[in-house]
Design a protein around this ligand. Structure first.
Ligand code: XIL
Length: 437
């Protein structure tokens, strides 16, 4: 992320000078907009992450749709076109026409592709739905060889197995025809995918796995831990992240993502959509973004469609663009959150004020950072703390939040304030950005 910032900063050195002295980082406000990404993909790239969307081949001729997709996103998932029913409509007769249309468009436009999905109980072709036992197991392996083989070298990450666990409190595998071929069907699928495309990252992908307390989350975690310990080739875990009032963004999302990452896999948010509107929806989108950014191995976020009207749940208006292709409030919150990443230095914010972050005292388990605001007396400073860090104490400002992004506002004690953070093994200086209130 520093390299990316340095590249950008070098290009605009004349307008945005940065002074770095021992532990003190000052960001000027001369031309703050140029340091921040103005699209989702550019803002995500500031921290070496991607920002993706699902694409439907049938919508690619809609110029508004394809223009937004091209401008904002740099990781592409085929919404349906690479699934089992689409790619193998008759047994051993593969059809890649729609999948290829999406993959070719993505690669021609400099984007990467997430492959979705090689083995799943849903959207199976009719011929497969009634199969069982070893003939089904062989058909699944043949399918993986055919599809992953066809796209070999073109896929960043494959969802090798999708949704293999039961909802609810059982923590059991979902009872599907694939499961009935034997409990080792998931690892067999991963071995087949590795053989067909050795360079693609191989992911397990599921939903309702966001809350660390949920049995399903624990069950998937235990499977991944077991796979890692036995050398089954798994590289990543995808969190679909379809949220609504019955399944809200959990407070412990960061903990979930971090715990999986600590098993030695990448984590990705693969199908994000959040029912709702306005500030409440925007805050939830920000929370998800923040949770991913707090985890080094969270490599990117994909939203499940471009405009609300393109969504599989259109009536939930769950995406970042409205039906007219206009950016929603949630878009701004996501963009801002992505732009808080700048390698632990200060961030110019909206240009109406600036803030410096200076590291001062430190102890074994915690350290102080002092912030000085200039440009206005009526400020809001957003502080991005590092992974694992949490607030222990503060002075001369009102602070909300304890980890992730903290928000500081004046409490009548002037324009210099401070915080003490528990480092929890992470002693990086938090970054801060300032806006006028
Ligand atoms: C959905 C598509 O968005 C719909 O167009 C289709 O009718 C059904 O599938 N989990 C997944 C995705 O992994 O493939 C699903 O996509 C949404 C839930």
């Amino acid at each position: 992320m520093r390299a990316e910032l340095a590249r950008r900063t070098a290009g605009i050195a004349a307008v945005a000078a940065m002074l770095v002295t021992s532990g003190v980082v000052i960001a000027t406000t001369a031309s703050p907009a140029q340091a921040d990404g103005s699209t989702l993909q550019d803002a995500a790239a500031e921290s070496d992450r991607y920002y993706g969307t699902a694409i439907a081949a049938s919508r690619m001729s809609d110029s508004q749709y394809i223009n937004i997709a091209n401008r904002e996103f740099n990781m592409i998932t085929a919404e349906n076109e690479m699934k089992m029913d689409a790619t193998e409509p008759s047994q051993n007769q593969f059809n890649f026409s729609s999948g290829d249309q999406i993959v070719n468009w993505a690669l021609q436009n400099g984007k990467r592709v997430r492959g979705h999905a090689l083995a799943w109980h849903s959207q199976q072709p009719g011929w497969m739905q009634n199969m069982e036992g070893s003939s089904l197991r062989n058909a699944m392996l043949n399918h993986i060889a055919g599809v992953a083989g066809h796209y070999q070298g073109k896929i960043y990450a494959w969802d090798v197995v999708n949704e293999a666990f039961e909802d609810g409190s059982s923590g059991a595998r979902r009872n599907s025809n694939l499961q009935r071929t034997g409990n080792d069907w998931i690892e067999a699928a991963f071995y087949a995918a590795r053989e067909a495309d050795p360079d693609a990252k191989l992911c397990y992908n599921d939903y309702n796995t966001d809350n660390w307390q949920h049995a399903k989350t624990q069950a998937v975690y235990n499977m991944v831990r077991d796979f890692k310990s036995r050398g089954v080739p798994i590289d990543c875990v995808g969190f679909q992240a379809h949220f609504n009032s019955g399944n809200p963004v959990p407070n412990n999302y960061h903990e979930t993502l971090q715990n999986f990452a600590d098993l030695g896999v990448d984590v990705q948010i693969t199908e994000l959509d959040i029912a709702g509107s306005g500030t409440s929806q925007a805050e939830q989108f920000r929370g998800v973004t923040q949770a991913c950014m707090a985890v080094t191995r969270c490599t990117g976020i994909t939203v499940w469609g471009v405009r609300d009207t393109d969504s599989w749940r259109a009536s939930d208006t769950p995406l970042l663009f409205d039906g007219y292709g206009q950016k929603k409030l949630a878009y701004g919150y996501v963009l801002d959150q992505l732009n808080t990443a700048d390698g632990g230095s200060s961030d110019p914010g909206d240009g109406s004020c600036s803030v410096t972050a200076t590291r001062t005292e430190s102890w074994g388990d915690r350290f102080n950072t002092v912030f000085t605001v200039s440009g206005t007396d009526d400020w809001v400073v957003r502080i991005s703390t590092g992974s694992g860090q949490s607030l222990q104490n503060s002075w001369n400002a009102d602070i909300s939040g304890t980890s992730g992004t903290l928000t500081a506002t004046p409490n009548g004690n002037g324009n210099e304030f401070g915080i003490t953070l528990y480092s929890n093994g992470n002693t990086s200086t938090p970054s801060a950005s300032c806006s006028a209130a």
